[in-house]
Design a protein around this ligand. Structure first.
Ligand SMILES: NC(=O)c1ccc[n+]([C@@H]2O[C@H](COP(=O)([O-])OP(=O)(O)OC[C@H]3O[C@@H](n4cnc5c(N)ncnc54)[C@H](O)[C@@H]3O)[C@@H](O)[C@H]2O)c1
Length: 310
């Protein structure tokens, strides 16, 4: 297929065959983007593969009047991720945006987890965001240097309340997802000079990954995956041109800007040498000034009781 002459912006959405990724891709198509619809098409635990979901979303995007190609890369495969970035540029002639959304769950407690559960979660959720980001960043860096000016590109990476707040039973997923947020803040600092913004989304929606815990009809209505997509469209747009390295929760009608780790409270010892006994004395006062990490449920309660936008 030949490169197109259309000047529509081009976005890659990973894991766009179903769930949140499909809604992100469709919303971007409605906003005028052409798309690479990536999806390996496996089960929620990362096993198997099926090209059909990505192809169906391509057909939906074409019905909306935009162009799209399917891509079946496993995003945790470094080479395949690079090939995905190259195929966007070769097919459409440009790349403006990357949405790293593909993710899986392998829930086990840390005492019961297997090496495979650990490795697969870190591979898909963390490396599966790093690999496309690396190849896209290298492309944009080279383009910016060749043009002698910054490009105008943006990335949205996907974290999770499980990672931000440390959900029990999800140590592998939490480690990967908080890693995604940390990676994004570091990458945002690196890529600003090339004109590339990197922000982070912690979505909440009923999909096959969450329907086991979000069972009621009311929750399904309130937590529709399509409710999250407007934030993705916004973060990729010029309206967000000054926003980078930020983390947001979105879902169920709520939009929350998340405070990433920052120094809480501290004391310095005059001679530089603390004793365990002195640490024991000052610890209650120190911790009084720094509230403990909220649980995921507390964070969700905050989202659901956030003030109304009126
Ligand atoms: N649903 C929620 O409430 C929620 C909450 C927090 C975070 N998330 C995150 O949002 C993202 C989307 O999740 P969802 O709920 O829509 O789940 P989903 O299972 O419906 O969609 C995920 C998609 O990613 C694809 N995928 C998985 N591994 C892949 C790989 N190696 N390469 C390419 N594609 C792959 C799957 O085939 C699937 O279509 C995930 O990163 C998930 O961790 C979701």
């Amino acid at each position: 297929m030949s490169a197109s002459s259309s000047d529509a912006p081009v976005a890659i959405v990973t894991g766009a065959g179903r769930g949140l990724g499909r809604e992100h891709a469709l919303a971007l198509a409605r906003a005028g983007y052409d798309l690479v619809v990536n999806d390996l098409g496996g089960a929620g635990d990362g096993t198997g593969a099926d090209a059909t979901p990505a192809q169906q979303v391509v057909a939906q995007i074409e019905a909306l009047g935009q162009r799209a190609i399917a891509n079946g890369a496993d995003v945790s495969n470094w080479e395949a991720a690079g090939e995905m970035i190259r195929s966007a540029v070769e097919h459409f002639g440009r790349l403006d945006a990357l949405v790293n959304n593909a993710g899986i769950l392998r829930d086990r407690t840390i005492a019961n987890i297997t090496e495979e559960d650990w490795d697969l979660s870190i591979a898909v959720n963390l490396k599966g965001s790093a690999a496309p980001l690396h190849h896209a960043a290298a492309y944009w860096r080279d383009l910016s240097k060749a043009r002698g000016e910054p490009v105008n590109a943006a990335v949205v990476n996907t974290t999770s309340a499980s990672g931000l707040y440390g959900a029990a039973g999800q140590s592998n997923y939490a480690a990967a997802k908080l890693g995604v947020a940390a990676m994004s803040v570091a990458a945002a600092r690196e890529l600003g000079r090339y004109g590339v913004r990197v922000n982070v989304l912690a979505p909440a929606a009923v999909t096959r990954l969450t329907e086991g815990v979000m069972k009621t009809e009311e929750l399904k209505q309130r937590l529709q995956p399509r409710f999250v997509a407007p934030l993705v469209v916004y973060l990729l747009s010029d309206a967000a041109r000054d926003i980078t390295g930020r983390v947001f929760e979105m879902g169920g009608g709520a939009l929350v800007a998340v405070d990433m780790p920052r120094p809480g409270a501290g004391l310095r010892h005059a001679d530089g040498e603390w004793t365990p006994e002195r640490i024991a004395e000052i610890m209650p006062t120190l911790l009084e000034q720094v509230p403990a990490q909220p649980s995921g449920i507390e964070a969700m309660q905050y989202m659901m009781s956030a003030p109304l936008d009126e």
